[in-house]
Design a protein around this ligand. Structure first.
Ligand code: GDP
Ligand code: IMO
Ligand code: MG
Length: 426
């Protein structure tokens, strides 16, 4: 069973990129299974920072194959820009593969996304404005274009003509000459990267290779199981990984859930443990909590163990990666939400929609820098106690602990999946 899944266990931005960067060094292929340029995954190596939107984070470590899977939605223009950015930084991109089944995000999707947000007014979801929702709507409505369609631009231009007619009735004007010309240029540029990635993944599996699947967004943003309607438009949970890459559940041997040592959220929607005032400001400034994609300040709060337990259950998380522990170094007391008062008869996520009041268990801080820790015993006693309390609440072991954004600022505990990955540069 050679597939390791890496899943965001909260509302996204948990540090999936840096965990995938570590695991990729023991893998032959890294694949994204969903989402698109709404994702912003960060990998920091030395003083270089890579911000990835669609290309799997494994590209920085130089994994043999990087797959943007069939379950994703991809903006050709943004993908070209991302490949250029990587090449400019000396990262090899010739083995970045775009599934011919991945759906395309076109400029009219972006327009529709932004118009829908404007219409929602105060109830706006706070989307990233990248056309994600409308592109997935087209996929489900069976009127989308796929990356494989770029191989036949004559047929694609005909499809676009039909879409433009339909969109006119919704008040969206599409300049077919401009769009066709742009798409043709992107089609030429992306042609060497577009392929049947399902076959590739199975070739790697059949030769005994190891596959790491990189989640995007987080469990609580899942279109079905998250805080609907304040969610993204795709499946973000482990169950969607096989459907979004093209393998069956029997291939998976571990599910790594990535969670921050506290909690953040970008965009609208319920957030029971959200803080306001100096503590939120301290978390935001110490954790540099500003969105990679939109630059928006992230909402900050304490760890919600009820939500984490929910994430562990619905993803079948076998190991946790706890990130950004160092951000808590300066706090005297660190609360964990262990329950909510009220609405007892409702389950997550309905329970938090109606203003659930968190019940906290408070842990003493450690007031010492954790940066520089490389082993469990290097961590302060109170930090270890805090992690042990999270393990007890989540019902699963914390196998990785990150204490800084830089690649090497990672504690890997015995028994962690793919432990022993080198910590050298790419
Ligand atoms: P992703 O979307 O899940 O990959 O996460 P993001 O890249 O959007 O957000 C995580 C942010 O935290 C990035 O700026 C990372 O560089 C940073 N980061 C990751 N791990 C750590 C850590 O352990 N400590 C600190 N201080 N920053 C971290
Ligand atoms: P990564 O992969 C955090 C949020 C948006 C908004 C909602 C819907 O970096 O963790 P969308 O543009 O998807 O229609 O927006 O989902 N969102 C994310 N929040 N991290 C992400 O990705 C996100 N991708 C989408 O802020 O609330
Ligand atoms: Mg992110």
């Amino acid at each position: 069973m050679p597939v390791t899944l890496v899943i965001g266990a909260q509302w996204g931005d948990e540090g999936k990129g840096r965990i995938v960067d570590y695991l990729a060094r023991q893998a032959h292929l890294v694949a994204r299974f969903g989402g698109g340029p709404n994702a912003g995954h960060t990998v920091r190596v030395g003083d270089k920072t890579y911000k990835l939107r669609m290309v799997p984070s494994g590209v920085v470590a130089g994994v043999e194959h990087c797959v943007i899977g069939p379950g994703t939605v991809v903006s050709p223009a943004q993908l070209v820009a991302e490949l250029d950015m990587l090449a400019f930084n000396g990262i090899e991109t010739s083995r970045v593969w775009l599934s011919d089944l991945a759906h395309l995000i076109l400029p009219y999707h972006v327009e529709l996304d932004r118009a829908a947000e404007r219409e929602r007014g105060k109830q706006a979801l706070g989307t990233t404005g990248n056309g994600i929702g409308p592109a997935y709507v087209d996929r489900v409505a069976r009127v989308g274009l796929r990356a494989g369609d770029l191989r036949d631009m004559r047929r694609t231009r005909r499809t676009l003509y039909e879409r433009a007619q339909a969109l006119r009735t919704q008040g969206v004007k599409v300049d077919l000459d401009v769009l066709g010309a742009e798409l043709e240029a992107h089609a030429q540029r992306l042609a060497p990267h577009i392929r049947d990635t399902v076959v590739l993944v199975h070739e790697v599996l059949e030769r005994g290779g190891r596959v790491v699947v990189e989640g995007a967004q987080g469990t609580l943003l899942d279109v079905g199981l998250g805080t609907y309607p304040y969610v993204t438009s795709s499946t973000t949970v482990a169950g969607g990984a096989g459907a979004g890459v093209g393998f069956g559940p029997r291939e998976v041997d571990c599910v790594v859930g990535v969670a921050k040592a506290y909690l953040t959220r970008v965009g609208g929607g319920p957030f029971p443990t959200e803080l306001a005032g100096p503590q939120a400001d301290e978390l935001r400034s110490r954790g540099a909590e500003f969105g990679v994609v939109t630059g928006r300040p992230r909402r900050c709060g304490w760890l919600d163990a009820v939500a984490l337990r929910y994430a562990v259950r619905i993803n079948g998380i076998t190991h946790l990666a706890l990130t950004k522990l160092d951000v808590l170094d300066s706090f005297y007391e660190i609360p964990i939400c262990t329950d909510y008062a009220g609405n007892e008869h409702w389950a997550w996520p309905f329970r938090v929609e109606c203003g659930a009041t968190p019940v906290y268990e408070t842990h003493p801080g450690w007031l010492r820098p954790t940066v520089g820790a490389h082993a469990w015993d290097d961590l302060p006693f109170n930090a270890r106690q805090y992690i042990t309390a999270i393990e007890a609440r989540a019902g699963v072991a914390v196998s990785y602990i990150s204490v800084g954004a830089e690649r090497s600022a990672l504690v890997v505990r015995p028994g962690a999946p793919l432990a022993g990955a080198a910590t050298a540069g790419p």
